[in-house]
Design a protein around this ligand. Structure first.
Ligand code: GLU
Length: 472
């Protein structure tokens, strides 16, 4: 039988890292087995579901390159089918109408609590004739769950987990307004879609007991379940806003590449030996449930930074440039002029070795994306107005009008200049760096010159001299 997995988010907020990992695992499992990966938006909670959240889910999945098969299913549109399943169970005597009022339910819970028992529904209407129903109380439909024995989950990650049936009450399937509960909708939808494997967060384990009872009552074969461990922050507490950004889209905006996020999420709970860097192709080839661990996984920002730096370095300069463009903001005009595009492409190989995110890369690329005269900060002006620095730049200028414009020739020229004067190379490089980039740090000065080209470099240095003199 072909594998069918699904990702079934409730659109009640952003797509957070934990959900994205669930989506990734389901996607990989389906792709590994050449099966089907479905997307179902569980929008049955009308009050909390929002269009913005649905949009964020689509955007997040598309950005992570997790494509789904078939049309998206919106759970709400299937409410009639869910209700029909509940009514069938009533007809078969496996479910019943319950007319308990809110007040009665509260009293029931309070009584159970007073006796030190779990706050359960006491089954009052389980075997009572509906003819005794009070007038004006719209009923809910409850499942008649077994009162003895145990319910067993053979979980692919957690192993065998059982609960005594005395712990579980007759759950509501259909609310008094006729809307289905999550437990009912999810079982009907998974069954209808022939889902074979439900891979989801460990926090759903207790729901699975109830869902298994429902499969049993409906006479349907249950899918296999794999409950993956929750994600914790580096301090060992459950990952939350306190640890930093938790929504996937905010990582995109912080300048992380989808490759790095996917690789990072993949390693949260699943491993392949000591492999840290795992490409999409390798992940598809290797992914299995057997190597999902039971212990909570820790999300480490340092690891994500490391992975991001790696993927930025390994992307071709042309692809990296495309990813970088949305991060280039004012005063740079997008679309880039041909000069700036060419210059940036040339400079990228050096820049990408120094940045951890696209945001950092964009900041560092700024000196390549402006033209002389460039703006100098007060800090830069304070360096440029020192008379030795000014004299040094003046002395370098004529050399730069004649030197062959290659990285190697520029290096020889400037190193010779420093040693002829018996000064350390840093003393030459630093004022030049301020003059050429307006910044304290940059790629090597030869690389900067090489990237800017002769005309722009000379123009900047001339302007720096004049500005320095003026300021001094
Ligand atoms: N809609 C549920 C959630 O977002 C997931 C349901 C499921 O995977 O069964 O938590």
């Amino acid at each position: 039988m072909s594998v069918v997995t699904r990702f079934a988010p409730s659109p009640t907020g952003s797509l957070h890292l934990g959900s994205a990992r669930t989506a990734l695992f389901n996607w990989l499992f389906a792709r590994h087995h050449k099966g089907t990966f479905l997307l179902r938006i569980e929008d049955t909670d009308r009050k909390r579901s929002t269009e913005a959240s649905i949009k964020a889910i689509f955007e997040g999945l598309q950005w992570l390159d997790l494509d789904w098969d078939q049309d998206v299913v919106f759970q709400c549109s299937r409410a009639a089918l869910h209700a029909a399943a509940a009514h069938r169970l009533v007809e078969e005597g496996k479910a019943y109408y319950c007319y308990a009022t809110l007040e009665e339910l509260e009293n029931m819970r309070a009584e159970a609590k007073a006796k030190g028992l779990p706050p359960k529904y006491n089954g009052f209407w389980r075997d009572r004739s509906p003819q005794l129903a009070p007038s004006g109380v719209p009923p809910v439909i409850r499942l008649k769950v077994p009162q003895q024995g145990e319910t067993l989950i053979n979980d692919l990650v957690q192993g065998s987990v059982t609960v005594s049936n005395t712990q579980l009450d007759d759950m509501v399937l259909l609310r008094s307004d006729g809307t289905p509960t999550y437990m009912l909708s999810v079982v009907v939808d998974d069954h209808e879609a022939d889902v074979t494997h439900v891979i989801r967060g460990g926090d759903h384990l207790t729901n699975t007991f109830r869902q298994l009872q429902l499969y049993e009552a409906l006479g349907w074969k249950a899918p296999q379940f794999a409950h993956i461990p929750l994600i914790h922050g580096s301090d060992g507490a459950k990952l939350s806003k306190r640890h930093g950004a938790v929504s996937v889209n905010s990582y995109r905006d912080l300048g992380y590449l989808q490759e790095a996020i996917c690789n990072c999420l993949l390693r949260l709970g699943w491993g392949h030996g000591d492999d840290e860097i795992i490409t999409r192709e390798q992940a598809i080839a290797w992914f299995d449930i057997d190597h999902v661990g039971q212990a909570p996984a820790r999300f480490e920002f340092a690891r994500l930074d490391h992975l991001n730096a790696h993927y930025m370095r390994t992307l071709s300069d042309a692809s990296l440039l495309e990813r970088l463009i949305p991060f280039l903001t004012k005063p740079i005009s997008v679309p880039l002029s041909d000069t700036h595009r060419t210059r940036l492409l040339k400079g990228l190989s050096g820049l990408k070795r120094r940045a951890k995110t696209l945001v950092e890369l964009a900041e560092n690329a700024l000196p390549y994306l402006i033209n002389a005269p460039i703006p100098y900060s007060l800090e830069a002006l304070n360096v440029l107005c020192v008379s030795e620095n000014n004299a040094l730049i003046k002395a370098v200028l004529p050399l730069l009008t004649t030197v062959e414009w290659t990285h190697a020739a520029l290096e020889t020229c400037l190193r010779t200049f420093a040693s002829d004067r018996s000064i350390g190379f840093g003393k030459v490089a630093q004022p030049l760096r301020w003059a050429l980039t307006g910044c304290r740090v940059s790629p090597s000065i030869f690389e900067v010159l090489d990237t800017l080209g002769r005309t722009e470099s000379v123009a900047r240095l001339k302007d720096a001299c004049q500005t320095g003199e003026h300021h001094g």
